[in-house]
Ligand binder design. Structure first.
Ligand SMILES: [Fe+2]
Length: 234
């Protein structure tokens, strides 16, 4: 049996966010109303295109543009991408996007009354190496208000998208920061019912990941499947 045919166990109940999460209001507009249809994956879905650093230049430091540094608390984020058996997943394109230190995205639709930073675009990509490890430098994103309910604020977070070998192997999630008081108020974080599974979305503060006198560090390991699977957005 090749890895292509290998079945994998369904997620344990509550460890992934449901498609419809009433407290996260806009999910009602996006979730399917019909029962999901299983489409068998063939070579077309699970092989190429393979994204490579040669084609898609990595952005190891999001916090510098043309030699000018972004404002904010400089941080280093690193971690591993692993499968259900803890094996490294190499050559995975990890795309990241986030708000600036003031809590504003560099995007026309973000009209939050907070300053933009000319030296921070807030998007980049890196690739996992042969050990499944990735690393990037950025600034800690600020919290921002969103219209979900009265005085709703998103906790500090970085969006992640992971591409495996093909388009059908894309996974999207968010990384949060430890000790954030907004976590327990955030319907997106709370959409994953299982408390232990939610904790897997919170990066670990790690001085060893940082660089002395230069940046603090966080470790965020991502598990694609299995008991330790990272909650993903549907
Ligand atoms: Fe966001």
């Amino acid at each position: 049996m090749s890895y292509i045919d290998k079945p994998f166990r369904p997620y344990a109940p509550g460890t992934q966010p449901p498609n419809d999460s009433p407290a996260y209001r806009s999910t009602i507009l996006r979730h399917p109303e019909q029962k999901l249809l299983k489409i068998p994956q063939t070579v077309t879905e699970i092989s190429g295109p393979v994204f490579t650093p040669e084609q898609y230049k990595p952005t190891e430091n999001l916090a510098v543009i043309n030699g000018h540094e972004a404002l904010g608390e400089r941080i280093i984020v690193e971690g591993h991408v692993r499968d259900e058996d803890g094996r490294a997943v190499p050559n995975t394109m990890v795309e990241i996007w986030q708000a600036n230190a003031a809590g504003r995205y560099n995007h026309a639709r973000d009209q939050h009354d907070a300053p933009l930073d000319a030296n921070f675009h807030g998007a980049g990509r890196v690739f996992t190496d042969e050990h499944g490890a990735y690393r990037f430098i950025t600034i800690k994103p600020g919290a921002y208000p969103w219209g979900n309910h009265h005085n709703a604020w998103r906790p500090n977070h970085i969006h992640f998208s992971l591409f495996g070998a093909g388009y059908a192997s894309r996974l999207i999630t968010q990384m949060y920061f430890p000790g954030d008081p907004l976590l327990e108020l955030d319907p997106i974080f709370l959409a994953t019912p299982d408390k232990l599974a939610r904790q897997r979305l919170i990066a670990k503060f790690d001085l060893g990941v940082g660089k002395p006198d230069w940046a603090l560090g966080y470790r965020f390991d991502i598990y694609l499947r299995g008991r330790l699977a990272t909650p993903m957005e549907g």
